[in-house]
Each structure stands twice: as C-alpha cells, then as structure tokens.
Design a protein around this ligand. Structure first.
Ligand SMILES: Nc1ncnc2c1ncn2[C@@H]1O[C@H](COP(=O)(O)OP(=O)(O)OP(=O)(O)O)[C@@H](O)[C@H]1O
Length: 249
C-alpha cells in the first residue's frame, strides 16, 4: 500500500510557492528528504504531518486525504512527528512528556505510559526518564523529541533534522533505531547530512527550490556522480551533481 501519496502539491507562504507541483509515493522503509537550506524540506514534512493543509494538490496519508479536518485527524493518530523547532514543556519529566504526546495521538493513559517507556528506552534516555525537561542537554532534548515521535510505533514517522545536536555515538545509535523502525513503519527524515542517508535510508529524494531533483536509492544517487563533482564520498558527489544539473524546461 502507498502509505504516503502526494499529487500536484503546492505549498507556500503569503501567496508565494516554496513547493510546486510535487509528486511523491512512499510505501515503506526509511526515506530521506535531502536538500540545501530553504529547499522546502520542513514545509513538506509539516504538510505531511497535517500541521498545514496543502495550498493545492492532494496529500493522502494511509488513505486519508488530509485536506479536510476530519480526515486529517484520522491520519494524525497514526503519525509521529518531530518538528525542526520542537517545543517542549520544561516542567514535565521526560516520561510525562512522551506519555502526554502519545496520549495526544489518541492512546489511552496506560498504553501511552507503556509506549513512552519503550520509546524512552529506544532513544537511550531511561536513566533520565524522571528528570524534568529543563534539566536536559540539547542532545538529550532532541532524543526526547524523537521518543515522542516514535512512541506507540505509529505507521508514519516524520522526523525533521533528527540528528541535529546529536553527538557521533548517539547518531550511530539513532541510525540503528531508524533501520529498526523502517522495518514496520514509513519513516521520512529531512536532513542535510549525506552520512545519515548512506547509513540508514533505503530511498532518497533530493529537493531543491521546492522540486524533487532525484528519487532513488542511495546507491543510485552515488552512481549519478559526475567525475568532476565536488565531494568527499561518492554519495556527496552524486548529491552535488544532481543539485547542479540544469532543470529541463
Ligand atoms: N513560516 C514561514 N513564513 C514564511 N516563509 C517561510 C516560512 N517557513 C519557511 N519559509 C520559507 O520557505 C522556504 C522553504 O523553507 P523550509 O524551512 O521548508 O526549507 P528547508 O529545506 O527545511 O530549509 P532548512 O534546511 O534551512 O531547514 C524558505 O525560503 C523559507 O524562508
């Protein structure tokens, strides 16, 4: 089943489109939205998360067309979302916060509590589960944000720059978590980091100026590299090549 289906999506701010006529089908696995600053990655994830309705076009999440409030609500129960600017409640403990976010998605209190414990363990925060969020470091807060997105193992997980602020060991552990999640859920991450794509993603879409410039496997992106392209790895060179290719008129 196509769990995320996008057709003719336009999205923007103050009447100016930052995403134009975008088409996307995502069935399973870990999928990267890779692109430079301002490409429209966060705008796309926000739209998939049903935070904002599409300006034009169709977005279907698990078969729900999210343009109406009712079907957006139905989809939201199965979406875990980590926004780029992740707001948190400083006086909540880690466990209370993750449980609260799971409860907001419609889980009962007991199930939400169990789901929170599992998610907190998955991101390596069990030792600080009782600590208030205002006491956490930036990297720990980011992991708490990831925990709330994956609590209860929703079918669709959307993570906006999830590895920002993580140290190298946490990043490696997080990629392993992504691979585990991707076995049952659709996981979409936005990132600037080709290392994240190489280590954890089955599929990558390169986004530039609101258009998809490449869709395929990380291996196919590496294979697209021009011999003269800048970059330290084949994947970086493939990414740079795709970004620099002229757009067909
Ligand atoms: N709330 C907003 N109001 C007005 N313009 C916005 C808003 N959010 C984003 N934009 C603009 O939309 C464009 C796409 O931004 P977006 O944050 O989606 O890109 P991005 O690929 O996620 O970038 P980054 O990697 O820097 O986070 C940018 O030109 C940005 O300035």
């Amino acid at each position: 089943m196509t769990r995320i289906k996008v057709r003719g999506l336009c999205q923007g701010y103050s009447g100016k489109h930052v995403i134009s006529d975008l088409k996307l089908d995502i069935d399973r696995g870990v999928v990267a939205m890779l692109g430079p600053n301002g490409a429209g990655k966060s705008t796309l994830l926000r739209t998939l998360a049903t935070v904002v309705p599409p300006s034009a076009g169709v977005v279907e999440i698990l078969g729900h067309d999210v343009s109406t409030a009712r079907s957006a609500r139905a989809a939201r129960a199965e979406i875990g979302y980590l926004p780029q600017d992740f707001g948190f409640l400083p006086s909540f403990t880690v466990h209370e916060f993750v449980q609260y976010c799971a409860w907001l998605r419609g889980m009962s209190g007991k199930n939400a509590s169990e789901a929170a414990s599992l998610a907190i363990t998955a991101v390596g925060l069990s030792d600080v589960a009782g600590l208030r969020l205002r006491k956490l470091s930036g990297g720990m807060l980011r992991r708490c944000g990831i925990a709330q997105a994956v609590a209860g193992f929703p079918e669709v997980v959307l993570l906006d720059e999830p590895t920002a602020g993580l140290d190298p060991v946490q990043r490696v552990e997080f990629r392993a978590l992504l691979r585990r999640l991707g076995q049952s859920a659709v996981v979409v991450i936005s990132t600037h980091l080709v290392e994240d794509v190489a280590a954890a993603c089955n599929q990558v879409h390169v986004l530039k100026s609101g258009h998809i410039r490449f869709s395929g496997s990380p291996e196919a992106l590496a294979a697209a590299a021009a011999p003269s392209a800048a970059g330290d790895t084949p994947l970086e060179r493939g990414y740079v090549t795709v970004l620099e290719e002229p757009v067909a008129a």
